[in-house]
Design a protein around this ligand. Structure first.
Ligand SMILES: [Zn+2]
Length: 151
């Protein structure tokens, strides 16, 4: 016996365009603004300051949409995403870089790596201040970083 999947139409969290939400909790990608909704992003922003799977927080994404900008997480959201999800990626000048947490909760080390190098940082603050690509600090070149995302 074939079961129909129950669906309802709800407004996109960002632009209000109707998107389909089914009984398994899945949301259709928004045809209007491209927003993808995985979880309760209001709650995720409250707890972690991020969204899933888009990473950029809901309120920041709404601001970007109003300004006609593409969705992109800022450096703070990327770092918060790291502690929420543990493994992150971004692209910079045609290269993909990875940032991940190594170790247990008490002694997390932040590893920043690509095919060319591996950097390790003992704290979030150290990572924020010192993580670099060929001497250029990550936080200073964030405008040129593309597609910061969950792994
Ligand atoms: Zn939308």
């Amino acid at each position: 016996m074939k079961k129909e999947i129950k669906e309802e139409v709800v407004p996109c969290e960002i632009c209000g365009h109707p998107v389909i939400h089914n009984e398994y909790g899945l949301y259709q990608d928004c045809q209007q603004c491209g927003w993808r909704r995985g979880w309760d992003n209001t709650e995720l922003e409250r707890q972690w300051g991020v969204s899933y799977p888009m990473l950029v927080s809901l309120s920041h994404a709404r601001e970007q949409y109003r300004q006609g900008l593409p969705f992109k997480a800022d450096f703070d959201e990327f770092v918060r995403g790291l502690f929420f999800y543990s493994e992150m990626l971004f692209d910079y000048e045609q290269t993909t870089y990875e940032v991940f947490l190594k170790g247990d909760k008490e002694t997390d080390i932040i590893v920043f790596c690509c095919a060319e190098f591996l950097q390790e940082y003992a704290s979030e603050q150290e990572f924020r201040e010192k993580a670099n690509i060929q001497g250029k600090r990550l936080k200073d070149i964030w405008d040129q970083v593309q597609d910061p995302r969950y792994m």
